[in-house]
Design a protein around this ligand. Structure first.
Ligand SMILES: [Zn+2]
Length: 689
């Protein structure tokens, strides 16, 4: 990597930058914001169909080449097809998640299926595979070589070297899978459950602003939904066990039983795909193009994580149980839904910390500004809002990313809940960046409570961390979006590296310095006191090992759903068994159906381990920064250059090694998990699991 900075390459680099900067401005002009044309359904479909047509045209070009194949006449049009198909896919997927009109969402869902079908057709196009395989890559630059080699692997994983009937079968299966994935997600977002509360005293213990927002409806009842801003405060603060439990039961049974059949169908389809391609399970097949390599390694990683987290999880559990015993002396067990409340009480009692005391420092608008300012300093860019850019909802904002007075990317913020909208928090690419040709664009789709004239929208601290996490994905896509090719741009590297940079950024929200720069009391303007942050950090460290254990149980569920022949899998038995095996909390009967709303079983499938795998890498990364002043030294720029900017132009295992000087280890992660016990002597823990 050092040679990038050597004098020999400096001069051409400057030339490229100069070419870039003039064209970057032209790019911005030629690339209006996503919703500029305010498309209705027909116009939306035309945009999409036009992209599909261009993609088909460039594929025809590849196949029409007479004579010698070159990067220009073969990889060039291939990458153009990728660019068009990705853009079409990003747009339709986004619209099915965020468009306010259900009919539009239906058309978008159908379009996603159509685009995905075209992507699958390309991935199974044997003539295109042969064309790419015949390219002489001996003289190409490393990024181009890596791109071609990785595409050839993906082609083989798609079955391109199989006979005609197998390929036709694979295409049918892929189309079916895409359709099922969309249905699985839609069934979840179309089934927002709620609990009707008849007695207002059920809300006792909740913050006043929450109670103010939950007045009885015309039926005289208070409706509390399973949306995150409604759900988590109840789990943590409501005194009423009845309300906490019934809301949790509603939450874990969303989309049940509808999604049971959809999931069974996905499992069967995936198993058939994997076995047609010579793998014994979907988990094995799905791991073949990832850092982790194969299904067996997923199982190993889950066990390894279990052994490093269990001793700390036990220490935490004994404290949670003791808290429950204060009101129920005979208790010997704690249910998962109860753990939110009792952990919160431990934080208050043991660490002198009440998370409510932080919220007044976290009004939404200030947080948003603070997160963007922090990212701007860390990545040495600035942001400029495009006012009056039209969007599908008036609350959506459009921003440019500026570097050296030049626009290098654009992003959108769609941050508040609406009926029918995707109900989690995520970043999604909107366009892949191509140096000199297309600015990278991305969007955050979140569900934070919207501030109003009278309500500043005070955020939970955890939501602030989520916000920065998603912003980390966004910056990764944009900073990695200056590649020569769409197919290696942004977050296109191995999928199980994707959460590492964003999880690394979560740690920044624990720095007293960083927080004090924007977390100012919404009434007094006083910056958040350093001792409050210190107490919060210690308190928020409490529960980490338990959370890791819980996440590990979800990884196990995701692996167990896909590691065997579907007919030998008893779906309803998996969640209780894996909760029991990897967490210390007891499972309640409704949780047997949680797979129906576990949306990652559609997209991530067997790769949910990614979150913890990347958490290990993230903590290792974070320790490379100056812990007293995160922005000091060369770590921020080295990180940007070595980890984010390469996008998908090399293996993520190399990105890790280039920045750390070695492969990742679990040491930093272990330290992070047990931080609340640092310099606290170990007391006796409960025996048992
Ligand atoms: Zn993420």
């Amino acid at each position: 990597m050092q040679q990038t900075f050597s004098c020999r390459t400096l001069f051409p680099a400057i030339l490229i930058l100069m070419t870039l900067s003039s064209s970057a401005q032209d790019l911005l002009k030629s690339q209006p914001p996503l919703w500029s044309a305010k498309p209705g359904i027909a116009a939306f479909e035309k945009i999409e169909n036009d992209r599909l047509a261009v993609a088909q045209h460039t594929i025809d070009q590849i196949l029409a080449v007479k004579g010698a194949r070159t990067i220009d006449n073969t990889l060039g049009p291939y990458d153009e097809a990728i660019r068009q198909l990705n853009a079409a896919s990003y747009f339709s997927t986004l619209m099915q998640q965020v468009h306010p009109d259900a009919a539009f969402r239906d058309h978008a869902t159908a379009m996603t299926t159509k685009v995905s079908s075209a992507q699958t057709a390309l991935s199974l196009n044997r003539d295109v595979y042969r064309a790419l395989a015949s390219l002489d890559i001996s003289k190409t630059d490393p990024a181009t070589r890596y791109y071609i080699q990785r595409q050839l692997l993906e082609f083989r994983l798609a079955g391109v070297d199989k006979d005609d009937s197998t390929r036709a079968k694979l295409k049918t299966l892929q189309d079916r899978l895409t359709d099922d994935q969309s249905r699985f997600d839609r069934n979840i977002s179309d089934d927002p459950k709620s609990v009707a509360v008849t007695d207002a005293s059920e809300l006792d213990g909740l913050p006043q602003d929450y109670i103010d927002k939950h007045k009885p409806g015309t039926d005289g009842k208070i409706h509390v939904t399973t949306n995150y801003p409604d759900l988590f405060p109840v789990l943590k603060f409501a005194n009423s066990d009845g309300l906490r439990r019934s809301l949790w039961e509603a939450f874990v049974t969303r989309a049940y039983a509808k999604n049971r059949e959809v999931l069974r169908d996905m499992m069967q389809t995936r198993y058939e795909i994997a076995t047609l391609l010579g793998y014994s399970s979907w988990a094995d097949y799905n791991a073949a193009d990832k850092m982790i390599g194969n299904g067996h390694n997923i199982g190993e990683f889950i066990e390894q994580l279990d052994s490093v987290s269990r001793p700390l999880a036990k220490r935490e559990f004994s404290m949670v149980l003791a808290e429950k015993q204060k009101t129920k002396p005979e208790a010997v067990e704690v249910a998962a839904y109860e753990s939110y409340r009792f952990s919160e009480l431990v934080r208050r009692a043991t660490y002198d910390f009440d998370s409510q005391t932080v919220r007044p420092y976290l009004p939404y608008r200030q947080v948003k500004q603070g997160i963007m300012d922090t990212a701007a300093k860390l990545f040495q860019v600035s942001f400029h809002q495009e006012l009056n850019a039209p969007a599908w909802d008036p609350s959506v904002e459009t921003w440019d990313v500026i570097e050296n007075a030049k626009t290098t990317g654009r992003f959108y913020l769609d941050m508040h809940p609406r009926p029918g909208k995707y109900s989690h928090a995520q970043m999604a690419p909107v366009l892949d960046g191509i140096r000199g040709k297309q600015l990278p664009e991305a969007i955050l789709v979140c569900n934070f409570a919207e501030p109003t004239e009278t309500d500043p929208g005070l955020m939970e601290y955890g939501d602030v961390v989520t916000f920065f996490h998603e912003f980390g994905h966004l910056m990764h896509h944009i900073l990695g979006g200056q590649q020569q090719w769409a197919g290696i741009s942004g977050i296109s590297m191995e999928a199980d590296f994707g959460e590492a940079p964003s999880q690394m950024l979560e740690e920044w929200m624990r720095s007293p310095q960083v927080l004090a720069s924007f977390a100012h009391h919404y009434k007094t303007g006083e910056p958040i006191p350093a001792d409050l942050v210190a107490r919060m950090n210690r308190a928020s460290a409490f529960g980490r090992a338990g959370t890791v254990a819980f996440q590990n149980s979800l990884s196990a569920i995701s692996y167990d759903v896909y590691k065997d022949k579907p007919e030998s899998v008893d779906l309803d038995a998996i969640p209780p068994r894996d909760f029991q095996r990897y967490t210390l909390f007891i499972s309640i009967p409704a949780e047997a159906h949680m797979y129906a709303s576990f949306n990652h079983l559609a997209g991530y499938s067997s790769a949910y381990y990614t979150y913890m795998w990347d958490k290990v890498i993230a903590e290792d990364f974070f320790q490379q920064f100056d812990q007293k002043n995160l922005l000091a030294g060369d770590a921020p720029l080295r990180y940007r250059r070595l980890v984010l900017e390469p996008g998908g132009s090399m293996s993520a295992n190399d990105l890790v090694k280039n920045f750390l000087g070695r492969p990742q280890s679990m040491a930093a992660f272990q330290k992070w998990m047990g931080e609340e016990f640092e310099s606290v002597p170990q007391t006796n823990t409960v025996s048992g699991k």
